[in-house]
Design a protein around this ligand. Structure first.
Ligand code: AMP
Length: 217
């Protein structure tokens, strides 16, 4: 199964991707996660990326394309992959098509996870992550039992630097201007599917699996 998850920041792509990994045993390639790790490790690439990420802007294509190519070349991607947060603009999408064609493993589905703007804002401004185990919470939709503390491991909860309100507005603007056009791009290639990303996570997941199974059988 070779898929791209499309959708605005906060649409729940990462959450659905994590469930897909469990069910289908294929890796998730999240450029956001790879970049955040580079920032945390303090690598030169991380230092370059951080200034863009903190402003809510896209990291230059040359950087992210290199990261994705490297990841796709690893053995575990032979059985499939879930791209999450990549591509983010048409240039990235075109490069990806070229890379995958060369590798003989073209995309099968681009699945857009659709969520209304007011819900996106609450999901993003309310998002908190555990420093210890990575468990995610939302102070509006799924708060921890004790404020600021992880239910699972007792770790400290933190807010991502790029989840502050001003950065979020910018990220949503960038999405509209640069990433939303990919919906038409994949529609034109005949591989676009859409799912309503509002409501219960498990119900959305059922629908996601139904769509993916049908499209890849
Ligand atoms: P995400 O977790 O996918 O929302 O990504 C967080 C931030 O990482 C974005 O706001 C961008 O600054 C950067 N980023 C992630 N993926 C990409 C990409 N494909 N192209 C450019 N920048 C990216």
């Amino acid at each position: 199964m070779r898929i791209v998850l499309l959708g605005a920041p906060g649409a729940g792509k990462g959450t659905q991707a994590k469930k897909l990994i469990e069910k289908y045993g294929i890796p998730q390639i999240s450029t956001g996660d790879i970049l955040r790790k580079a920032v945390a490790d303090g690598t030169p690439l991380g230092k370059e990326a951080k200034s863009y990420m903190d402003k809510g802007e896209l990291v230059p294509d040359s950087v992210v394309i290199g990261l994705v190519k490297e990841r796709l070349a690893q053995d575990d991607c032979k059985k499939g992959f879930i791209l999450d947060g990549f591509p983010r603009n048409t240039a990235q999408a075109e490069t990806l098509d070229g890379v995958l064609a060369e590798m003989g493993m073209p995309l099968q589905v681009a699945l857009s996870v659709d969520v209304d703007l007011d819900i996106l804002m609450k999901r993003l401004t309310g998002r908190r992550t555990c420093r210890g185990c990575g468990q995610m919470y939302n102070i509006y939709f799924g708060p921890p039992r004790k404020e600021g503390v992880c239910d699972k491991c007792g770790g400290e909860l933190y807010q991502r630097d790029d989840d502050r309100e001003e950065t979020i507005r910018k990220r949503l603007e960038v999405y509209e201007a640069q990433t939303a056009p990919l919906i038409d791009y994949y529609q034109g290639k005949g591989i676009l599917k859409r799912v309503n990303g509002e409501g219960d996570i498990n119900k959305i997941f059922e629908e996601v699996c139904r769509i993916l199974d049908e499209a890849t059988q």
